[in-house]
Design a protein around this ligand. Structure first.
Ligand SMILES: [Zn+2]
Length: 129
């Protein structure tokens, strides 16, 4: 099996007995490391230091993959990313590479799959592997 096909085993929280709902949610500012960036006009803005970022949600979704699992619903993504509207959340997810709609849940919201690989999406964590 080639290295790029080696699967990452997600759900670190579940495997270590931590409930996902106990994790701090929100999108992190890579400048000051605070959680809780807000989505505004297609950008993320940090309320702490004022820094703007285009792709802060991509890191949050990669963290979700590692910590909670490789699927996420629209409402879970709203909570995890800290976006107040479902339509903005769907727009963000729809424009993110590695994220695909798997199907619809019973109550009508989308379920997405997160497809990330160790050697292409987690270079910044290399020292921990
Ligand atoms: Zn900041």
């Amino acid at each position: 099996m080639k290295k790029e096909h080696t699967p990452l085993i997600p759900n670190i929280a579940g495997r270590t007995g931590i409930e996902a709902s106990h994790l701090s949610s929100g999108t992190m500012c890579m400048n000051c490391k605070q959680l809780g960036m807000i989505r505004y006009n297609g950008w993320w803005r940090c309320l702490n230091c004022g820094k703007r970022a285009r792709y802060a949600h991509e890191y949050a979704l990669r963290d979700h993959f590692l910590l909670i699992g490789d699927t996420i619903s629209t409402s879970s993504a709203m909570w995890w990313l800290g976006i107040e509207s479902g339509s903005s959340t769907r727009k963000v997810l729809g424009a993110t590479s590695g994220v695909q709609i798997l199907g619809k849940l019973k109550h009508g919201e989308n379920l997405y799959s997160l497809n990330y690989k160790h050697n292409t999406h987690y270079e910044y964590l290399e020292e921990f592997f």
